[in-house]
Design a protein around this ligand. Structure first.
Ligand code: GLU
Length: 456
C-alpha cells in the first residue's frame, strides 16, 4: 500500500514550492495501482506552538481543496506529543539521546572558532564527555538541558534516492541534531520520523533542502526500530523510500523573494485555473514536456519520479499564463458555469472560450451577444452591403453560412470585404469568436436590427 504525506508547518501560506510538493505526493498516492487506492496524508507540522497559527491550518486546507488535492487522513503533530515522549524515552534508554547544556552563544563561539580554523562547524560532542557530577552541577545552576540524537559514526548512511540515485553520507560530517529544546518542545527531526513510522508512510518525497535531514532520520528510524518502538507491521518495512526533488527557482534565479505573491489566493485573483497550476507543476523539472493537460487522471498516470532532473526547475509565470489560456480553451461548461455571466449557456461558453486567457473575461465577450454594441461608422458602399445583408438574413441550421454564401453570390464580395463589415455590424468588433457560433446566440431579431442599424 502506497502512503505518502504532505507535511506543511502552519506558519504561513502555501506557496508554489509547497504546492508542488503537495501535488507530487498526491499524485504518487493517486497513481498507485493497487487493490486499495493509495493514501495521501495531510500532516500539520505544528510542534512550534509560537509560530503555528490555526488560520494557516485553515488556509492550507482551503488551498488544497481549491487545487483538487483531496487527502484521506489528517494528522497533527500537536496531538501526538505522547508518542514523541515515548520515542524519546526509547531512544534515551538505548543511549541514543544525550543532554547538552551549552547556551546558544557558547555554540556560536564554537562554530566561529571551527570556521576560523577552516574546519566544518560540526558539534564537538563536548556534552557527551560531561561526568555525572558536572551534569548535576549544571542542573544545580538551573540550566535545563536540550537534547541531541547521537549519530552512529560506524558506517556511511546510504539510500537509493528516487530522484538523486545512490546517496551516501558520512555521519561524522554531520552534527548530532538537537531534537528537543530545553523547554521540552520538539524540533522537526524526530517527530517527523516517528510519524512516518506510525502512519505507515511508504514514500517520502520532498525538496532537496531535506537531503541531510534524511541521512539523520534514517538513523532515527533505524534506532527506533532497534529499540522496538514501532508496531510489528511497520517494523517489517523499516524505511520509507526517499526522493528529493531539485528546488524551484524563478526565471531570474531565486524564488524566495517573490514567494509571498505565488500562492493560491494570488493565482485565483489573477484568474489562473487550478488545472493550469497542476499541469505546470506536475511536469516542471522533469524530462516530460509541460503541456496543457486538463485531464488530471492522465497527468497523474504519467507522473514518474524517474523523469525528474537534478537541475533546479524554473518556474516562469509566463508559462503559467500560456498554459492557463490553453487549459481554459478546453474547460467544459460544467466546470465553469458558476463563474459565467447570467444567461450564458453551454453554446455561449463554447463560442467564447477560444478567445479567453482567463475565465473572468467571458463577461466582456458575452456583451457582444447581449449588447449594447458600438459598431464603427461605415462607408456608403458598406452601408449598402449591410442593408442587403439585413434583407438576406434567414434563420435555419446555419444562419451565418447561409448569409455569407448568399452575400458572396449577390455582391461578389469575398474574404475580408465580405466578413469584416458583417462582424463589425453584428459585434462592434474587428475580431472575436467564430461568427458561425455567435450569430445563433445573438438571435434573428437582434441580428437583423444590428445590421439595419449599421446600414442606416
Ligand atoms: N514541515 C516540514 C517542512 O515543511 C516537513 C518536511 C518533510 O516533508 O518531512 O519542511
Amino acid at each position: 500500500m502506497t502512503t505518502t504525506r504532505f507535511a506543511p508547518s502552519p506558519t504561513g501560506r502555501l506557496h508554489v514550492g509547497n504546492i508542488r510538493t503537495a501535488l507530487h505526493n498526491w499524485m504518487l498516492a493517486r497513481q498507485a495501482k493497487e487493490p486499495e487506492r493509495g493514501t495521501f496524508i495531510l500532516r500539520i507540522d505544528d510542534t512550534d506552538a509560537d509560530r503555528s497559527r490555526e488560520e494557516y491550518v485553515e488556509a492550507i486546507r482551503a488551498d488544497l481543496t481549491w487545487l483538487g488535492l483531496d487527502w484521506d487522513r489528517e494528522e497533527r503533530q500537536s496531538a501526538r506529543l505522547g508518542r514523541y515522549e515515548a520515542a524519546f524515552d526509547a531512544l534515551r534508554a538505548a543511549g541514543r539521546i544525550y543532554p547538552c547544556y551549552e547556551s546558544a552563544q557558547e555554540l556560536e563561539v564554537k562554530r566561529k572558532i571551527q570556521l576560523s580554523r577552516g574546519l566544518p562547524p560540526i558539534y564537538d560532542r563536548a556534552a557527551l564527555k560531561l561526568t555525572d557530577a558536572e551534569r548535576a552541577a549544571k542542573e544545580a545552576e538551573g540550566i535545563a538541558p536540550h537534547w541531541r540524537f547521537l549519530l552512529d559514526h560506524a558506517e556511511p548512511i546510504r539510500w537509493e534516492d528516487g530522484i538523486r540515485g545512490p546517496q551516501s553520507f558520512e555521519p561524522a560530517q554531520l552534527s548530532d541534531p538537537v531534537i528537543r529544546r530545553a523547554d521540552g518542545s520538539w524540533l522537526y527531526m524526530m517527530p517527523s520520523a516517528v510519524d512516518d513510522i506510525d502512519m505507515g508512510v511508504t514514500q517520502v518525497l520532498r525538496g532537496e533542502d531535506h537531503v541531510s535531514n534524511t541521512a539523520v532520520q534514517i538513523q532515527i528510524f533505524t534506532a527506533l526500530h532497534a529499540a522496538g518502538f514501532a508496531a510489528a507491521e511497520s517494523a517489517a518495512k523499516p524505511l520509507p523510500a526517499f526522493a528529493h526533488e531539485a528546488l524551484l527557482v524563478g526565471r531570474e534565479g531565486k524564488l524566495s523573494k517573490r514567494l509571498g505573491s505565488l500562492g493560491c489566493d494570488a493565482f485565483r485573483e489573477r484568474g489562473i485555473e487550478p488545472e493550469a497550476i497542476v499541469a505546470l507543476l506536475a511536469r516542471l523539472g522533469t524530462s516530460q514536456p509541460v503541456e496543457p493537460i486538463a485531464d488530471r487522471a492522465a497527468l497523474t498516470a504519467s507522473f514518474d519520479l524517474a523523469s525528474f532532473g537534478r537541475a533546479p526547475a524554473k518556474f516562469d509565470e509566463e508559462d503559467l499564463e500560456r498554459l492557463n489560456a490553453a487549459i481554459v480553451h478546453q474547460l467544459p461548461y460544467e466546470a465553469v458555469a458558476a463563474r459565467l455571466p447570467e444567461g450564458m449557456d453551454a453554446a455561449g461558453w463554447h463560442a467564447i472560450r477560444p478567445n479567453l486567457a482567463h475565465v473572468g473575461e467571458a463577461a466582456e465577450w458575452w456583451r457582444l451577444v447581449t449588447g449594447p454594441i458600438a459598431p464603427p461608422p461605415f462607408a456608403p458602399e458598406d452601408r449598402e452591403f449591410l442593408a442587403r445583408a439585413a434583407e438576406l438574413l434567414t434563420w435555419g441550421e446555419d444562419p451565418w453560412g447561409t448569409l455569407t454564401a448568399a452575400l458572396k453570390e449577390t455582391t461578389g464580395r469575398k474574404g475580408r470585404a465580405l466578413f469584416l463589415p458583417l462582424r463589425q455590424a453584428l459585434t462592434g468588433m474587428d475580431h472575436g469568436p467564430d461568427m458561425g457560433e455567435l450569430l445563433p446566440l445573438i438571435g434573428e431579431t437582434e441580428a437583423r436590427a444590428r445590421l439595419a442599424h449599421a446600414a442606416a
